[in-house]
Design a binder for this molecule. Structure first.
Ligand code: PLP
Length: 376
């Protein structure tokens, strides 16, 4: 926890769970990305946390943005960013949305099939398109693999189709899966990307860019490799597969830029045992899957939960949210060790919660308000 967050929470007088996010950490993270991959442009994945303060800070630092919808485009414009620094990276867009983005000046679009190419050709003529290829997501705690991306050899046809329709076949993108622990995950994807570059060149189409996606981790409980290790592995893979003709590259970090910048303060609502003999306690918090902790689905992301009693003996707990929905259980398959002295009314801190929390929070399920955020 940063000193600024500690100070903020000490002076906080309002009730209910909240996320406190320290902009200094975001600033440091952006600088670390820029330093680690100096030839690679950063496109912040807005969905991770679109707080206006974050978007403004990153705009002034020179960041570009990866957006998925008109709503996100509006937020990035409101932060003072210009259209030339925006990539419309969602391969699933309505034609009317593409037209709106094009009218706003955006000329960089992701596609992963021929029908999407045709939409872009009609609604954003002459624009640059990047074809997303499939990645298997192995090594990632939150894989994004199943839904997006074509097979690499098909990407050649899709890009050629774009070229014929008057678009600029600009490059290849992929996402190796979010919270990716394996620094070598980029190697296979870059091998595929290089082969697409080669076959496209044989057909007279010169691709210029590889979008290396996101996947850079935040530190939760499990140890993660250092950012430098990712940078080195990516550079090695670029050299290996592209030789001296390394293309322009961009990255789209979401979690890696904001994950460790925020912390949720929550409260223990109830501690229950389900039978007399059981050691296992059910600990119900005032925040759950519907208030921002959606990435606990399948217990994928295991947040560090801190209490003021962490020096005491611990015992196994099922950790759950407060709503009347039985899916609102955070950790059960692998029970969470919490102090036996933990009591109803105690505050708990959920660390590294700056990414994918406020955006996943429901509007008012069971009458609980969406997760409040303070950006400091
Ligand atoms: C969500 C997303 C990202 C960000 O991924 P992280 O793992 O959070 O860095 C980047 N690119 C695209 C296309 C995305 O959908």
């Amino acid at each position: 926890m940063t000193a600024r967050i500690r100070e903020f929470l000490k002076n906080r007088t309002d009730e209910g769970p909240c996320l406190v996010l320290d902009l200094d950490v975001v600033r440091d993270n952006y600088t670390a990305f820029a330093r680690t991959l100096p030839d690679t442009k950063v496109y912040y994945a807005v969905k991770a946390n679109p707080a206006p303060e974050i978007l403004k800070l990153l705009t002034t630092m020179g960041s570009c943005f990866d957006v998925a919808s008109i709503g996100e485009i509006d937020m990035v414009f409101a932060a003072g960013c210009t259209a030339d620094r925006i990539s419309y990276g969602n391969p699933i867009k309505k034609e009317s949305e593409i037209a709106t983005a094009y009218k706003a000046g955006i000329t960089l679009y992701a596609v992963d099939c021929e029908a999407e190419v045709e939409k872009v050709a009609r609604a954003a003529p002459g624009s640059r398109v990047i074809c997303r290829i499939h990645c298997d997501g192995t090594g990632a705690e939150w894989p994004l693999s199943r839904k997006f991306g074509c097979e690499p050899d098909y990407a050649v046809d899709i890009l050629e189709h774009a070229h014929r329709l008057g678009l600029v076949a600009h490059g290849i993108s992929f996402h190796v899966g979010s919270q990716q622990h394996n620094v070598e995950a980029w190697d296979r994807a870059l091998a595929s990307a290089a082969s697409v570059f080669k076959v496209c060149a044989e057909r007279g189409i010169n691709l210029a860019m590889v979008n290396l996606g996101g996947g850079f981790p935040a530190k939760y409980i499990r140890k993660t490799p250092k950012l430098e290790s990712y940078g080195k592995a990516i550079f090695r893979a670029l050299r290996k597969h592209f030789g001296n003709a390394i293309p322009n590259t961009i990255i789209e970090p979401g979690r890696g830029l904001v994950g460790n910048a925020g912390m949720i303060e929550a409260e223990v609502v109830l501690i229950a045992k389900r039978n007399r003999e059981d050691d296992l306690r059910w600990v119900y918090l005032d925040i759950g899957k519907f208030h921002g902790l959606a990435e606990t689905i399948d217990e994928s992301i295991r947040y560090p939960i801190k209490t003021t009693k962490d020096k005491d003996e611990t015992g196994p707990c099922v950790v759950a949210g407060p709503t009347c929905d039985s899916v609102d259980v955070l950790y059960q398959k692998t029970p969470y060790p919490l102090p036996v002295s933990l009591a109803i009314g105690d505050k708990v801190l959920i660390e590294a919660a700056g990414a994918y929390t406020t955006t996943y929070s429901s509007v008012g399920f069971n009458g609980y308000p969406p997760l409040r955020q303070y950006v400091i």
